[in-house]
Structure formats: C-alpha cells, structure tokens
Design a protein around this ligand. Structure first.
Ligand code: NDP
Length: 492
C-alpha cells in the first residue's frame, strides 16, 4: 500500500509517525488509494524551518523569474489534466467532467498569477518637497501557512500557492486529510516546474495537530485558510493572539432569487446545476431558492422534473451527473438535515434517501433532495449542509425576496433571475454577498476576478484575480532625498 510522503526542504520524506488513515474512494470504499500519515507536530515545525531558510533566496529571485516557474507549472498541469481529473474523481468523488473543469480553472489561475510577476507592484507618489522621490513597493510576508479543504483539492491549493509564490513568500501547505494524493500531485507539479527546495513544503495529517504546530511557530507570518466556520474562527483567534495576518474563506448558504418575470427554463437549469452539481459540496452551491409566489408551483414542478433526470453514481462513469458525498460523515450530515427539514415541517418533494442499489451500496450516495415551503427561520434555510439538498422559499414581493436572501449569517455568492433592469440593479446594490450573478447560477467564477464572501463567510482580502496579491504582500513606503544636503523644510 502506498503511504503518502511529506514534502520538506525539497525532499519527499516519509513521516516518522506510525499512525495512518486510509484514503478511500467515496464512490466505492473497496477501492483504497493509499495510506495517509498523521504527521507529527515536529514534522510540521521542520517544514516551517525549511520554508524560513528558503525565504531570503526566493524573495531575492526576480519576480518575473518566479512567475516563469508558475507558468511552467500551469503547462504541466494542463498536460496532465486528464489523468489528474480521474485521480481527483477517485479521491473526492465529483464527476470527471467536473474534475476536469476544476483543473482548467486551476491552470487559468496559475497563468494569471504567473503573469503578475511581470506587472508593477507599487506606486510612484509625488512629494511635497523638491528632489524627494517617493514610492511604494510590495514585499512578501515571509513564511505563510496555507490550509485547504477537500472539496476543490486542486483549485483551492493552487489559488493560494500561486499568489504566495509569485509574491516571494515561502509556503507550508497543509491539505485536507481526505485528499492527500491530489495535494501531492499539485506540489510535485511546482517542484518539476523549478520551485527551489524549501520554497514550497507540504505536511499531511490531522488539522488540529499540524495547525497548532504551524501557526504556533513564530516564523509563520500569515495564514490563508479555506474551510468550515468552526475551524476558521479558531484560526482567526489564534492569528489575532500573535498579530499574524489571517485570511479565511468559509461557509455559504447561497440564494438564487427567481422573480415572476424570469426565464424559468434558464432559472431551473441553473438551480439544478447549482444545487446538485459536485453533489452540493461547493462553497458556492445553491442551497436556497427564493421564488415569487405566482410562479412557485410551476418552478418547483420543473425543478423536480429536471432533478429526477440526474443520474447518481460513480463520477468515473460516463453519463453520471452527481457523484457521492465525500465520506460517511458528510453522508450522515446530508441525511441528518433531511430529517431536520421533515421535522421542521418543510415539504419534501424529491429525494432525501441514501442510495444503495447495486454498486451504489459501496459508496456514500444520497439522492438529490428538494424541500418546498421552507420558512426562512428553519435550520435547513439557515445552516450550511454541504450536500445535494436545496430549499425553496416562497415570497410575495421583490422586497421580501431580498430580505429572505440576506437573512443568513453567510455572504458568499448569490444570483437573481429576472428580465427587469430596475430590479436587477437594485438586487446588485442590496444583496449582501461577495459575488453576485445575474441570470446565471451561484457557482462559477473566472481566474481574473476576485473571489470571496462577506459576513461570516470571509475575513481578509479577496482571493484570486486582481486582489489575489493583497493578502500575500506588505506595502513598504520609500522616501529618497536626493538634494545631497540638509533641507530647511521637512516632512512631518
Ligand atoms: P474543515 O474546516 O473541516 O477543514 C479545512 C482544513 O482545515 C483541512 O485541511 C483541515 O484538516 C484543517 N483543520 C482542521 N482543524 C484545524 C485546526 N484546528 N487548525 C488548523 N487547521 C485545521 O473544512 P472541510 O475540509 O470540511 O471543508 C468544507 C468547508 O469548507 C465548508 O464549510 C465549505 O463551505 C468551506 N469552503 C469554503 C470555500 C470558500 O471559498 N468560501 C471554498 C470551499 C470550501 P483535516 O482535513 O485534517 O481535518
């Protein structure tokens, strides 16, 4: 059995820990991909040390050279797309088509950020004084910790590693325990592209043990985290105690608002894709559909008909639309929330069962689930489920739709289906989410645009696109007096 290795100081090293977990295909638990070591706190500290030792050399490497290495990594990623997509599916469960889409997005992100190495990083600013040259430069933070979830095991690591590296930081990467093999493949791409030893390090194992050791090390100057609110809040508190820079992207409860003038077919398709694509395991998944009452019956009828056509199964098979939950715990959560919705009095119109027929019995499959007549205060309308479960909330007006859409603690993505420009612009003004889609679903995004959420979803600068480097750089302000003599006047 293949036991995954850590990557420290440019070497693939076996963990000294005897403790391991199995890496299991969620569509077929008989298929074991490998053993995940539960690395020790000491190994995490070795990774931080390697990153610390490599920092000066990497910072002094010209940014266009750093960017060039990233571009090489992007090319390698594209050349291995097909093979990697199948691995991602085997490890995480989404369909091969979805996995391939994730890899395209990851490659786009690396290419965008590789090119950042050639773009200016500061401003020239006029001085009040003659012969005084003032400007800013952007500098790396130093060693940064990157902690990532399992649901986009290639794209999320990449959208943190690429901006960290192009800015001149060195990295300790702690991937999700559920997806160690894709994480290792991502790191290997950067290694083969020419990232020097120590610049990018990876430690596998339990978030609690490794997080504590990495964030507790004084050489670590920042942490970029994506995952659950519970863990994010703990990391934010830990970072605050050390005055460390923290960026957290966390949960979502993303609404689609469908108004009475919407193109219903368009809205239904977007909601089906948004709610059930990637088995609902996307931070931007559609989990609430807020529909104006006059069209609600017809909308629910069409959504149910569309969802019934979705084929659930192993993502490796062609024709499958919805893969499994990632593990037993997530499957249990999905089924628990189905029970919660029923107990709260919502009307279940479709799904909500564990699927165990034939080969499905070896995996964590749940049928796409629709609840109608959900009230805004119900738990299924408030709490992130992270599975293929969607709630329909009926409203009487546009104003009520906005109130319901905004009435959750999260603020990641939202979407409106309407053909009325006045209501579209009012929605964009008033919706409290970091990302807004008009006449398209809540998931999705492009590499050159910022990504992230408001309220309990996110803290720190937006990731990706034009804002990607903000978190990973400090601004240094420079004054150069070239009078060659003392001044009578001075700046205060
Ligand atoms: P978790 O918060 O459970 O885990 C995320 C990462 O944190 C994992 O690597 C985990 O390690 C690690 N971790 C766990 N405990 C600690 C700790 N005490 N200190 C440091 N690190 C720790 O999230 P999931 O992996 O379950 O991912 C699902 C969540 O991610 C959902 O809430 C989803 O909304 C969110 N997400 C948000 C996105 C966004 O951009 N807003 C995008 C994608 C997902 P280990 O695996 O070993 O437990």
């Amino acid at each position: 059995m293949n036991t995954y290795r850590n990557f420290i100081g440019g070497e693939w090293v076996a963990s000294a820990s005897p403790r391991t977990l199995q890496n299991v295909n969620p569509a077929d638990t008989r298929d074991i991909l490998g053993e995940i070591p539960l690395s020790t706190a000491d190994e995490a500290r070795q990774a931080v040390r390697a990153a610390h030792l490599a920092f000066r050399g990497w910072k002094e490497t010209p940014a266009p050279v750093r960017g060039g290495i990233l571009l090489k990594a992007a090319a390698l990623l594209r050349s291995e797309q097909e093979d990697l997509a199948r691995l991602l599916t085997r490890e995480e469960g989404k369909t091969v088509k979805e996995a391939s889409g994730e890899i395209s997005r990851a490659a786009n992100i690396i290419e965008y950020l590789g090119a950042e190495g050639r773009r200016p990083g500061g401003h020239t600013i006029p001085s009040e004084l003659p012969r005084n040259f003032c400007y800013t430069v952007r500098e790396p933070l130093g060693v940064v910790a990157l902690v990532t979830p399992w649901n986009f095991p290639i794209a999320i690591p990449v959208w943190k590693i690429a901006p960290a590296l192009v800015s001149g930081n060195t990295v300790v990467f702690k991937p999700a325990t559920l997806t160690p093999e894709t994480a290792g493949r991502v790191v290997a791409l950067f290694e083969r592209a020419g990232v020097p030893p120590g610049v990018l390090n990876m430690v596998l194992g339990s978030g609690g043990t490794l997080g504590e050791a990495i964030l507790g090390d004084d050489h670590v100057r920042g942490v970029s985290f994506t995952g659950s609110n519970e863990v994010g809040a703990a990391i934010y508190a830990q970072g605050a105690r050390k005055m460390m820079r923290v960026q957290c992207e966390m949960g979502g409860k993303n609404p689609v608002v469908v108004l009475d003038d919407a193109d219903l077919d368009l809205a239904v398709e977007a909601c089906a894709q948004g709610a059930f694509g990637s088995t609902g395991q996307r931070c931007t998944a559609t989990s609430r559909i807020v529909v104006e009452e006059p069209i609600a019956d017809e909308f629910v009828r069409r959504l149910k008909a569309r969802a019934e056509k979705l084929k659930v199964g192993s993502g490796l098979e062609t024709g499958v639309d919805v893969g499994p939950a990632v593990d037993q715990a997530q499957l249990d959560t999905d089924l628990k929330y189905v029970g919660v919705g029923e107990a709260e009095g919502a009307a279940k119109v479709l799904g909500g069962e564990r699927l165990e027929e034939g080969p499905l019995r070896h995996g964590f499959f749940v049928s796409p689930t629709i609840f109608d007549h959900v009230r805004p205060t119900m738990r299924i309308a408030q709490e992130e489920i992270f599975g293929p479960v969607v709630s329909v909330l009926r409203v009487k007006s546009f104003e009520e739709a906005l109130e319901v859409a905004n009435g959750v603690r999260y603020g990641l993505s939202s979407s409106l289906f309407s053909t009325d420009p006045n209501r579209i612009f009012r929605f964009v003004d008033q919706i409290e989410t970091g990302i807004v889609h008009i006449n398209s679903g809540t998931p999705g995004g492009e590499a050159q645009l910022p990504f992230g959420g408001t309220k309990a979803t996110g803290v720190g600068p937006r990731e990706q696109g034009t804002t990607a480097l903000e978190f990973f750089t400090e601004v240094k302000t420079v004054y150069i007096d070239y009078t060659g003599a003392g001044r009578k006047s001075s700046i205060y």
